[in-house]
Write a protein that binds this ligand. Structure first.
Ligand code: T1G
Length: 652
């Protein structure tokens, strides 16, 4: 079969078959496909050739597929953004890409995209410029616009084409949330036109779509009407209200810039695209976007810590309290077979009930929920110990209790099994010293609520070797958590840096300052929640014991001390520094303050100071790990890039 003369390309492969169908395969260097400047420049050359072949009837259609098992396209190449965010190059680069996607759309022959795995950002924008989209309906398919998580929004025409395809309200929702949709949801919204059960069927279905000259339908009128006339302003304001509940404009300008663009042009998809460049470029160079890119690569870096090729199937958790029960539930949710041990069924049952709620909330489909329930087994006798790949102890914070538990099960362990404690404050060496093989015990420190917080501190004692720590990190990754390796030292990373910040605020309350004001100031700075509300959420008893463990004694007779003595422990007892109703702190008026963010900086300073100390002491290996660990463990302002990056930039 004679192949047409095609330009040399490194990122694309092309061949034409006997039916004159053109098979265009993207296969860029690296583990995932990304649209780098080189890939886009090569596509320009290819499209020019396609236009010629179409004109001379030597090409009946084009099918765009990925040559990688990992997925379709993960978007534009983020590693090029720092160099791209310069006003002198970016506007032209974006306009060139706009013109390229418009040429694909205007090709006179059908162009069909076959999607498997992730189809994100610029990858989805390229797919939306095609005339028809077929996707694999399996658990790996994820379709969406994650750009808002990078401090930007879609810049390759996705703002206009998604509105044309799914309607303004749904499209804006997808872009403002950054949510990655499963295949079924994407089909339901008309983002994709056809689903196939298996990747093997993708080529065949895409071929049929080309031969039948199928074209995707645009969003129906009733959906498009939501952006027409005065309704658009109303819808835009509703979106701003929603966005403000999640983020402050001064911290995360991107969603608000996108809503402004929508308010200006939301009823005209081509005007949206034309308006994209001027709204997009300032965001790309913003400190928020620069820092969020740093956070992206730092969190990517965490994925490299785990030992490759280690498989985990069975987990045994000892202690069915809040932490133990929720760790067991999370592991079962992530596909592990879990046995949960405690003294009797009465102590285990509440954890199983909470787990079922989590499964229903996260899994939705009945058969998936039932399967997860089956994976989580009550085990009051500990028969699961001998079969487990990972044993996690999460009982009361008492040294002698932990030593007794580990001493009792050491001989039952299967070779290579991970032995871990979820202690939040006791040095590992003291727990391990009585073991025959103290090097086997590591720390896997989860954060409450386990299902929400991505961080797991993998605690390294002086007995451990890289092998145990590598396996611990691999396990955290296997259950969808982000591991940060931390040396066994009082408070490890997160508690160590949080405590001076929380106690600093408590001391100000003791001196009569308004907890409402202090909390509002910390949030104005960029913390997800204020220090006083956080103390009440963690529990004043836990706060007091961690503070004491870290050498910050709580003054006898202080308000903090009296609250604990009176059993007013915060949210879990309905009263602490605040009164709590239905899990919500009942806050009074926030007194006016001339410089709320300035007060916020003051409050956060002890946290940043302690992060510097923790790095200097080698508790974590470097500043980047400290920053990503504190962001993931405390929610510290990701738009600032972490406490040390914020100090480096003079923000605190
Ligand atoms: N650019 C550059 N590198 C990327 C990348 C990207 N978009 N996506 C992934 N990588 C690298 C990653 O750093 C890692 O590298 C390797 O690929 C494997 O990834 C105009 C401007 C796709 C769900 O935000 O969410 O398009 O560490 O280990 O767990 O509108 O990566 O091996 O050296 O994460 O299977 C929008 C970001 C870009 C998606 C795969 N796209 N990526 O997860 O593999 S902005 C995103 C992800 C945009 C346009 C705008 C995930 C993934 P290394 P991995 P994974």
């Amino acid at each position: 079969m004679i192949q047409p003369q095609m330009p040399e390309t490194k990122n694309w492969r092309f061949h034409r078959d006997v039916e004159q169908l053109g098979w265009l395969t993207i296969d860029t260097p690296g583990p995932v496909n990304t649209l780098s400047r080189e890939a886009i420049a090569e596509l320009e050359l290819l499209v020019e050739r396609f236009e010629q072949l179409a004109r001379s009837n030597e090409l009946a259609g084009i099918i765009l597929l990925s040559g990688k098992d990992s997925g379709f396209i993960a978007g534009a190449d983020i590693s090029e953004f720092d160099a791209m965010s310069d006003f002198s190059v970016l506007p032209d680069a974006l306009r060139r890409t706009h013109a390229l996607l418009a040429r694909i759309e205007q090709l006179t022959i059908p162009v069909v995209a076959g999607i498997h795995g992730f189809c994100l950002g610029g990858g989805l924008e390229l797919a939306l410029a095609c005339h028809y989209r077929v996707a694999v309906n399996d658990d790996k398919t994820r379709i969406g616009f994650p750009e808002v998580g990078l401090g930007i929004f879609p810049g390759f025409g996705g703002t206009g084409r998604s509105i044309r395809q799914v309607g303004p309200v749904d499209a804006m929702q997808i872009m403002l949330t950054g949510k990655m949709l499963r295949a079924g949801a994407a089909r339901g919204l008309n983002l994709v036109d056809k689903l196939v059960r298996h990747r093997d069927m993708l080529r065949w279905e895409a071929r049929k779509a080309v031969l039948q000259k199928r074209r995707s339908s645009e969003a129906p009128f009733h959906k498009r009407a939501m952006a027409m006339g005065p309704l658009r302003g109303y819808v835009a304001n509703k979106m701003r209200e929603q966005a403000r509940k999640k983020a402050r404009q001064e911290h995360y300008p991107a969603p608000f810039a996108l809503i402004d663009l929508f308010e200006r042009h939301g009823d005209d998809w081509q005007a949206m695209i034309a308006g994209e460049v001027d709204a997009f470029v300032p965001l790309m160079g913003s400190s928020a976007a620069t820092n969020l890119r740093r956070v992206f690569f730092a969190s990517e870096g965490l994925k490299k810590q785990g030992t490759k090729g280690v498989r985990f199937a069975r987990v045994h958790v000892i202690g069915a309290g809040v932490m133990g029960g929720d760790i067991a539930a999370w592991c079962a949710l992530r596909g592990m077979s879990v046995t949960l041990q405690d003294l009797d069924m009465e102590r285990i049952k509440p954890a199983l009930d909470r787990a079922k709620k989590l499964f229903r909330k996260r899994l939705k489909k009945k058969h998936e929920v039932d399967a997860a329930v089956m994976r989580l087994e009550a085990d009051a006798t500990g028969k699961g110990v001998g079969r487990a790949d990972v044993i996690i102890e999460a009982v009361v914070e008492k040294l002698e209790v932990k030593q007794a538990i580990f001493g009792g099960l050491e001989d039952q362990l299967k070779p290579g099994a991970i032995l871990a404690t979820n202690t939040s404050s006791i040095e590992l060496e003291r727990i391990a010293e009585k073991l025959k093989q103290p090097e086997r015990l590591i720390g896997l420190h989860f954060f409450n609520p386990v299902a929400q917080l991505p961080l797991v501190e993998v605690i390294r004692s002086s007995f451990n070797t890289d092998a145990e720590i590598g396996k611990g990190a691999a396990f955290a990754l296997a259950i969808g958590k982000s591991p940060v390796v931390v040396k066994s030292a009082p408070g490890f990373l997160v508690n160590r840096v949080l405590m001076p910040y929380m106690l600093g605020a408590v001391e100000r309350v003791e001196r009569g300052e308004s907890p409402e004001l202090l909390d509002a100031a910390a949030v104005a700075f960029g913390m997800p929640m204020g220090p006083i509300e956080l103390m009440d959420t963690v529990g004043l008893d836990v706060g007091k014991s961690v503070a004491t463990e870290l050498g910050h004694a709580v003054p006898e007779g202080s308000r903090f001390d009296r609250l604990v003595k009176d059993g007013k422990l915060g949210r879990k007892t309905g009263e602490g520094f605040y009164k709590w109703v239905d899990g919500k702190a009942q806050k009074g008026e926030t007194p006016a303050h001339a410089d709320l963010a300035g007060l916020g900086r003051e409050l956060v300073k002890p946290l940043v100071d302690m992060t510097e100390v923790v790095v200097a002491e080698g508790v974590v290996a470097n500043e980047q790990l400290a920053d990503i660990g504190v962001i993931m463990g405390t929610g510290f302002a990701p738009f600032l890039g972490g406490p040390l990056k914020a100090r480096q930039d003079g923000r605190v």
